[in-house]
Every structure is written in structure tokens, then in C-alpha cells.
Design a binder for this molecule. Structure first.
Ligand code: PBG
Ligand code: ZN
Length: 325
């Protein structure tokens, strides 16, 4: 029997009962904070299209890391901006590369902070593509060889986890074998398994100076029209040894997050990307939306869809919001 016996509004009567029946919660434990680290000294430069997000040189990082620890944020995800780019992105596997230096610095000074490194090439190649070029397309298997060198050098620098974001086939297997062969059997892989060729990455490419010099990434990143293909990509990555799988972007791909959660048992990460951040910031600045409330509602939607981990530029703001209630 339905109405009048059933009245769902009974369970919305006041905040106490709403708290009791609330299905999903956003907590600081879910969050990963991305950091942009630039080669050089005395750099703290705000990214124009991402208000509140900065590029830091290593010598200015403390200010940011102390806030991260004060707010009890569990993890950071590192992106590097090198001083020198070349055809293959050799800074990515140099022991004196920007990520290697930053990782050593952070793990030495703040060992309690969990450091995840983004594993890709686009910030380091002169052409801005995510690997080695061959006839104007990225060569998959040559790129895997360089990826192995990259992850080993990240691991040696002290990375706690590696996160390959280039969407090369077989990358998880290549990384697992490389790490294991060097004794890094306990470093997990968070695979950007379902990463779409999205226009929501625009502000990031300014932030990391990583826009492709020609063409686009549609030969390696996924077609936004595809849903079932994401399950295939995720299944392959899990088979190859992914410990955590990621869906990226998040907001326009909540169906994919939900599918990933339903079909697999590994933790699911969602990347709330730069364009998603910038849109909320811009509308907030104009006074068109309540920025803080829209931020919380948006991130909660990712939890509701099934995300266990959310990578977001809002991390510090959310942590503050949760702290102050
Ligand atoms: C590079 C990479 C990108 C992002 C993370 N790693 C951009 C891209 O593929 O061009 C996007 C992050 C964001 O937009 O916040 N492989
Ligand atoms: Zn890339």
C-alpha cells in the first residue's frame, strides 16, 4: 500500500533524522590533492583559470604542505613542470628530474604524507603528446619502455604509489613488471583506466604547460560517446595488476563511475578535473551560484555514484568546510 501509509517526508522532518538516514558522506579521508611543481626557485604562481591553485618550486612547497598536513589530507598527486623538454620527455626518468627531486624532498621532510606520482610524458615532451612520437602518432610499445624507466625512478625517489595517465595499452602490466623486478612489489598502481579525450582538461594544460602542439589525444584517450568500452579498459587494467582504477573526468562521467563500482571490486577513484573546478570557480566569482555549496554537492555526487577516492583541486577547501561544519 502506498500513500497515505507511506510518507517519505517523515524521514526528512529535521536534521537529526536526516543525519540518521543519510546514505553517503564526503570526508577528508576520500581526498587526494594535486600539486603542480615547477623547476626553479622562489616560484608561487597562481594558475589564471584555476583560482587558488598555484605552481610551486620545491623551495616554496612547505607553505602548501603544512596546510595539507594541518587539514589531515591523506595524499598528494604530483605533476611536474620541467625546465627542459625534449622529443621523448627524458626528464621523466632522470634521477634529477623535477618529480624525483620533489618526491625526495617531500618524503624526507613529511614522511607521513602519502605521495602519488602522475606517470606520463605530456608535460615533458616538446610536442606535448603522452609518449614517443612515430609518424605523428604516439607509439605504444616504445612509450612503455620509457614508462618503465620513469616508474622505477619515481619508486627510487620514494613515491608511495604511481598513477599512469597516458592511456597506453599494456601500461599497467609493464609498470607492475618493472616495479617488481626492482623489488618494489609493495608500490600500488592507480590506473587512469577510463580516461576520456575531454575538453574539461583545458585549464590543466595551461597549468602544466602540456597542450599537444598539434592534433589531439583521440588515438589514445577514450571517445566520450563510449560507455561499455570503459568496462573493457577497466577489466584489462585489473587483469594487468591495477590496484585502483580511475574514471576521468568525473562529473560528466558519473555513469562510468557507477558502472566501475558495480562491476568490479577494486577501489574506484574519480578525477574531478581542472575544467570542472574552473566552472564552479567562475560561476561562484560572478555570484551566479553558491560556490561552496555547489562544490560540496558536486563532490558528493561522485561519492553517490560510487567513487571511493576523489582527486580534486577543491581538497583544501572541502577539508576546511568539513572541519568547520
Ligand atoms: C596528462 C594529464 C592530464 C590530466 C592529468 N594528467 C591532461 C591531459 O590528458 O591532457 C588532466 C587533469 C585535469 O584536467 O585536471 N596525461
Ligand atoms: Zn599525458
Amino acid at each position: 500500500m502506498a500513500f497515505p501509509v507511506h510518507r517519505p517526508r517523515r524521514l526528512r522532518k529535521n536534521e537529526n533524522i536526516r543525519r540518521l538516514v543519510r546514505e553517503n558522506h564526503l570526508t577528508v579521508d576520500d581526498l587526494v590533492y594535486p600539486l603542480f611543481i615547477e623547476e626553479g626557485t622562489n616560484i608561487k604562481k597562481e594558475i589564471e583559470s584555476m583560482p587558488g591553485i598555484y605552481r610551486y618550486s620545491i623551495d616554496r612547497l612547505d607553505e602548501e604542505l603544512e596546510q595539507v598536513l594541518d587539514l589531515n589530507i591523506p595524499a598528494v598527486l604530483l605533476f611536474g613542470i620541467p625546465s627542459h623538454k625534449d622529443e621523448v620527455g627524458s626528464d621523466t626518468w632522470s634521477d634529477e628530474g623535477i618529480i624525483q627531486k620533489a618526491t625526495r624532498y617531500i618524503k624526507e621532510k613529511y614522511p607521513q604524507l602519502y605521495v602519488i606520482t602522475d606517470v606520463c610524458f605530456c608535460e615533458y615532451t616538446s610536442h606535448g603528446h603522452c609518449g614517443v612520437l612515430c609518424h605523428s602518432d604516439v607509439d605504444n610499445d616504445l612509450t612503455l619502455e620509457n614508462t618503465k624507466k620513469q616508474v622505477i625512478s619515481h619508486a627510487k625517489a620514494g613515491a608511495d604509489m604511481v598513477a599512469p595517465s597516458g592511456m597506453m595499452d599494456g601500461v599497467v602490466k609493464a609498470i607492475r613488471e618493472a616495479l617488481d623486478s626492482e623489488g618494489f612489489t609493495d608500490i600500488p598502481i592507480m590506473a587512469y583506466s577510463a580516461k576520456y579525450a575531454s575538453s574539461y582538461y583545458g585549464p590543466f594544460r595551461d597549468a602544466a604547460d602540456s597542450a599537444p602542439a598539434f592534433g589531439d589525444r583521440r588515438t589514445y584517450q577514450m571517445d566520450p560517446a563510449n560507455r561499455r568500452e570503459a568496462l573493457r579498459e577497466i577489466a584489462l587494467d585489473i587483469e594487468e595488476g591495477a590496484d585502483i582504477v580511475m574514471v576521468k573526468p568525473a562529473l560528466a562521467y558519473l555513469d562510468i563511475i557507477s558502472d566501475a563500482k558495480t562491476h568490479f571490486t577494486v577501489p574506484v577513484a574519480a578525477y574531478n578535473v581542472s575544467g570542472e573546478y574552473s566552472m564552479i570557480k567562475a560561476a561562484g566569482k560572478l555570484g551566479w551560484i553558491d560556490e561552496k555549496k555547489v562544490m560540496m554537492e558536486t563532490l558528493l555526487s561522485m561519492k553517490r555514484a560510487g567513487a571511493d577516492i576523489i582527486i580534486t583541486y577543491f581538497t583544501k577547501e572541502v577539508a576546511k568546510e568539513l572541519k568547520n561544519g
